[in-house]
Write a new protein. Structure first.
Lengths: 112, 111
């Protein structure tokens, strides 16, 4: 079946604008994760959804970042009032409960 | 705070060589250690290790975990140019679903 998909693949925006990044997990996967990878850095956990449970938001770097998951499937990561330090590749992963996480191709965000 | 350190940061070898990538970790209530290969953007899953001393093998790639010394190695034999990538190591703790990643080892294979 299809893997994790993300859109857009690339996003260039101006400082101060809001952006929305989308993730479609693997069908049937219960868990969805967002990570961020800045240049030269490892992947940094942002937020985790598991079924209908309250999300684990412990990795969100500021209140400008939020995410939602509608109907237990598609997720949107929103960054408000973007800053240059938000420039990174945003990766989404999904898993069946706590099994192996499979990653999408990511969205490369550039804030000018 | 959970921590993963990978070495070397980068490695350049000739095609046909064998390489060993290292991953050491500190984690409270260890559950598993995972290796991913990242070409371009999407990390692709290689191995999940949960028990010490049991080698996981897939073709020319193999990996083993030492839970006493808190490290894992990833071996690649007879390297090919297609092995060029960033290799990421991550750990998962019990009761904490997020993965903690190292910064990766950038492997470059020269033809």
């Amino acid at each position: 079946g299809a893997g994790v998909s993300q859109s857009p693949s690339n996003k260039v925006t101006e400082k101060g604008k809001d952006v929305e990044l989308r993730c479609d997990p693997i069908s049937g996967h219960t868990a969805l994760y967002w990570y961020r990878q800045s240049l030269g850095q490892g992947l940094e956990f942002l937020i985790y959804f598991q079924g209908n449970s309250a999300p684990d938001k412990s990795g969100l770097p500021s209140d400008r970042f939020s995410a939602e998951r509608t109907g237990g499937s598609v997720s949107t990561l929103t960054i408000q009032r973007t800053q240059q330090e938000d420039s990174a590749v945003y990766l989404c992963a999904s898993s069946f409960y706590r099994d192996t996480q499979y990653f999408g191709p990511g969205t490369r965000l550039t804030v000018l | 705070e959970d921590k993963v350190v990978q070495s070397p940061l980068s490695l350049v070898v000739h095609e046909g060589d064998t390489v060993t990538l290292n991953c050491s970790y500190e984690v409270t209530n260890f559950r598993s250690l995972l290796w991913y290969k990242q070409e371009k953007k999407a990390p692709t899953f290689l191995f999940m290790l949960t028990s010490s001393g049991i080698e996981k093998k897939s073709g020319r790639l193999s990996s083993i975990l030492d839970k006493k010394e808190l490290f894992s190695i990833l071996n690649i034999t007879a390297t090919q140019t297609g092995d060029s990538a960033i290799y990421l190591c991550a750990v998962e703790a019990l009761g904490n679903e997020k993965l903690t990643f190292g910064t990766g080892t950038r492997l470059t294979i020269i033809p």
